[in-house]
Design a protein. Sequence first.
Lengths: 506, 942
Amino acid sequence: MNKTKQSFKARLWMAVLTLTSSSIMLLNACQTNPTEVINPTITDEALRAFPGGSANQVLQGVRNQFSAMIANVTLYNAYVSDDYVNISTFLSPIADNPRNINADDISLPASYSSAQTLRAQAEFAITQIPLDRTLNPTQQANAIAQARFFRGMALLVLAENFANIPLVEGGPGLTSSQVLREAINSFLAALPGLASPSVLPPGSDPRLAINQIAPRIALARAYRLLGRADSAAFYANAALNTPGSAGYVYRALYDPQNFTNGVIPFLITRVTRDLQPLPRLDFLDPKYTAIDAPIPVLKIEEAHLILAEVAIAEGNFAEAKARLKNAITAALRPDSIIGFNSTNTRPAVPAVGGFRPRSNTLSVRADANSPAIPGLIRTRPGPVNVYPTSFTSLRPADIDALQNNEEELVRTLFLLRQEIFFLEGRRLSDLGIRLPLWRRQLDVNPIGTGPGFDLPIVPTYIPGFANFNPGTHDMDAFTVSGSVVTCSVDMNRVLARNRAYPLRRP
Amino acid sequence: MLCVGLVSAQAQTETGEIRGVVTDANDAQKLIGAQITILDTRIGAVTNVNGEYVLRRVPPGEYTVVAKYIGYKSATKQVTVEAGKTVEVNFELVPSAVSAEEVVVTGLAAATEKRKLSAPVQSITPQMIQNITVQSIDQLLQGQIAGVSVGMASGLPGTGSRIQSRGVKSAANNSTPVFYVDNVRVDVGDNFGIGTGGTVSSSMAQLVTGEIERVEVALGGSAATLYGTQAANGVTQIFTKKGVPGTPTVRVVATLGADNPETKFVQEEVTRRLFFQTGFFQNYTLNLNGGGDIFTYNISAMARSTNGFITRNQARDDLYNIAFGARAIFNDKLDAEISTTFIRNGFSRLNQGNNIFAPLGAMETGVAFRERRFTPAGTDNPDSLLALWMLPEYDENVNRIITSLTLNYVPFKWFTNRVTIGFDYNKREARFLTPIEASIAFGSAVLGSITRADREFMQPIINYAGSIRLPELEVATISLNFGGEAFRQDIRSIFGSGQNLAAGTRTFNQAGIVTGSEGVGSIFLAGAFAEVRAELLKHIFIDGGMRFDGSTAFGRNVSFIPLARGGIAAILSDFEFYPSEWKKYISFVKLRGALGQTGNFPAPFLRDRTFSAPSFLGSAAIAPANPGNPDIKPEFVTSLEGGVELGFLEDRISFSVTYSATQTTDGLFAVPSDPVTGFGLVQRNVGSVFNGVWELSLSGNVIKITDFELNARLNMAFVRNEVTDIGTVGGRPIPEFGVGGFAFSGLFVSNGRPIGAIRANRLAQEADGTYRGRFIPNQFNGAQSIPTYFGSLTLEAVVIRDITVSALFEYSGGNALINTLQVLRIANGYPDALARIPGYVSFSQNSVVNPANFAAYGAFFVEDARWIKWRDVTVRYRNAFGFRGANLSAAIRNPLVISTAAAGVDPEINWARSAGALDLGSTGGANLSAARQIRFTLEYNF
């Protein structure tokens, strides 16, 4: 018994010894090479440890996000508005009718989150740039000014598309006006710094440079939306008076290798992702033809159009007509692509009218009471001209022929805005529609429910689908009779009639 | 750890010999491969083709000789060995459906009989392996293990199955078990390289079954605790052949056959006519097996090839395998086992995506072949069109080496040690070429492209397990077990792509736009365990232990995690109080219960706030990536299980039932950041998941008459999975989040529902019964992706001893799938698909809903995903026509799909493998079922 006991103890000791020694060996192993693991991605620590030169990379990240925001907003605006109809895509099937959209909409998050991300990234850049000791004070001021400009653009896009916008984690939802004022502050703060040459990564595309025209157009746009005719006119004129304003355009650029134009897949092959334009706008489609085609964001045309709107608001119709003609002249840019082979067949879809107009023998009526205008529809497939920056179906003579009344002028103003800003993400704002916030925003920060929060704000003048022809869409609906295509509604006329524009006559 | 000296060989001059024959007690048939060992020694042998064995150089003395054979009760005999003499000891083994005496090692520090386990370790025996026809380990698991659901991800080469063992424990990690080959942890990852639609490559496809001796499966829970924080889904261990002592045998195997497409789910006649071919399959194996008392070996070379069941050989699969396994016995204290296997696999696959280049999509759901509307080549001839669609080429090559060296050192009878060192090296290269002519024909903006993906996986491992048996006390025998394991995993991947190719090039650098990227991931994990096992009153077995794990999943902070287990098992039928008259009917009664913890580590570096820096217009562009979670830790999976094992009619029939309740706590759920921060989802330990699983297994001999025997095995499992707590952040419940499927109809994690509950837009019915396009978005309708019941039936008939016919049937159900095939067919106006929409007629009259806008119809096509399949039938004829050593077999894998409910899709196949780690299946599209694999094999041993 005694012997057994001793042996029991001895074996127990052996177990303990083996266990201890193997644990020590394992612990030792943990301190040698096989455990060495380095996080290969960029951490805060890595950014802090490498301050030299990081300003350019952080700013490039902001530019990349700006391009992302513009592409997302452009796409969503295109098919929620009357500009395009969603034929067959992975995009939200219900968003074609803006009243159907809610916070859970599958295609909404891209617009909202890319704008909020741009804002957050720009704010991060503003704090990060001063850490870069390779920049001299002028360069640093310019780099920060660029970041402020992008912050302003993010706020502008948020205000154009949404109604209650939190700007800090857990913060209250600010109104569009509040956000516009915040955007204005950003642009004003950016203006002085943008006087100096833009700090850009070596060998960059010069189109990335931001001069003072861009923030001035943006300020005019923001003041217009606030209904501040005087300030809008001031900055529109300031933009026009800045050297180099003729033909000016600031674009969101895309990278053929890494970050392509997100609208392109819906415009070229259109086999599995197909959006189709309103027949009245057929001649503008496709605006972009290459995977790296830039999207215009701030164009000098906008200054003319704002000045026209200011003149209408002042009742100065002659001045307004002059401004509209200036806008048309500016929009007829020389950069069109002649004879692009449009392979798109404008497919027949049995349940949506069975036919999409695709011949230049057809003329289009903007609504049942409008004249049939030829030349708006191109024959497809076939060679078409593409206008990558601006174009319009109107000519100065059309403006001269207009009656001198507010409705006609405003209707024409909105038609010009629709054509000139085609596929630039501007139409929802013009239609007065505000999108709901993304559900995730409301989940983590429940600032409210109802229109402007989890539901859209859709003005009553936006027609409901029940008023339209069977089997077609609401604002995109049309009928074909003989060689005339009749759009169900001329939204530009609706906007004019309902005085749904920021700079109105009192 | 390796400082284990070779102990000098004992003098072997004066020794004796034990010889004998092992036979079946019922019919005196010789048993080949029975294990004969002398208790408490290293001496052992295996019977040869004549059922004979010999134990040489046995020192004189009294011994207990044990004979074991799977499917039989083991037998022991006492012998006295005298110097220079031979004792004859013959065994007649009694068949038994209760595998209580089978020895397993997985999840244990020392080899242990199954009867002593408080949590079952199931095994796939050599006989089971012989009776089915499979090509990779996941196929081998199909239908063989109670509680494990193995769903084929695709019928295409290079893919691996979706394995769920006792449900799904995590919303962040894959449900695939950890796999070991001869104690070496191996790569079974998937979802890497280039996606060909929803079909992804898996490293499981290269774990070939040629030289597998047996497989052990420890389901997640207490059986896997000793594998620690990675073993929440259990451990599957493969043991390779190491050779049998005796005259060297040469085995030559030739298999010829056909891969015949399963066209049950094909929708269009043109597809059935043009898309498939019957592939020619061939497989040749040359095997050398033999050795003596101190060294045995098994060397094998195999070449396998098929041109596949898709036209133009786009499901080609060629595989070469050289395997070497050996065991060296240095003396009665030390032996070594080595195994190494080299695999080269090359295969082709076609694009199954939902894009214009996907041939099957174009034929089955697209408009190209139906309306001949999209005629890219200026032709509407289906043959010419298909030729165009088949232009893109996807090829992948895999080179893989798995090596294991195990030393078993037994300094004393009561002290065993096992050390294994090994590695798995897995190098894959994939290449996807879209030639210029295809791009031109399809009007693509990119003129020809090559995408190239390389992945290099290296995982060295060292593990140790020791066991000390304390001296026997009157009422108890106690063992102390302990051990540890450390491995490092390095995965390096490189992607390259070229767009706008130079004419005729096959390298991506000769192109207009060349891009490249790199991925690096490393993880180190180490763990140690200690365990006590006790036998009380000979028939009660108690165990309890701890494992401590540390991992670099947190970056530099290696955190140590304790995990505990404990269990008890009692064999009531072995106690004296068990009435002997009961024994006639219920011959074996075992009760068991166990509690154990395992875990799941988060992906590396989730603790840190990180930024990405993609290239944009020639400069790195820094962007927010992961907001970081400084509190992140592993998921804990606690499992409580209990079971009863019964043997009836002298163990002719066995039955077992197990219920396990598994609770995942600190579940890693994807929690959204406030969008104003610019960051997205962050993994937080907030969720709880419950899995309640019943496993039933019934097996035994059904009929036994002269020259005919029928055995059957039935496995059934019932799974209840529920997210019991989705967790809160900042006092608010975390919103439900997607884990698969599509945006319009996806698999979600939502409070009180199973992981992967299906959420879809629902079209609302109007008062007059019509549907006019009003939507109710994001509705759950009770459908889920995890099967709630599944199981299998194996029948095995032995006719005139030498002919074995076996059949395997499988079923699965209780879940649903998103039938994208029908959604896409509606989009393109196929009349039969349109007719599936309730109230369809009214659509064209007074609705704004555009059938082409297929996303709207997600809800309609959440369909029942149940299936019943005849998985395998194999006929083996041993010693065919009287030729000794000549075996013939004929087999069909996947002979028949017996029943499915979803319209036009194989519910087992996952059409769109989601992007994350978790794979829940449940998407149906224009996908490809596994071919009917017809095999004729001639095997000759000489």
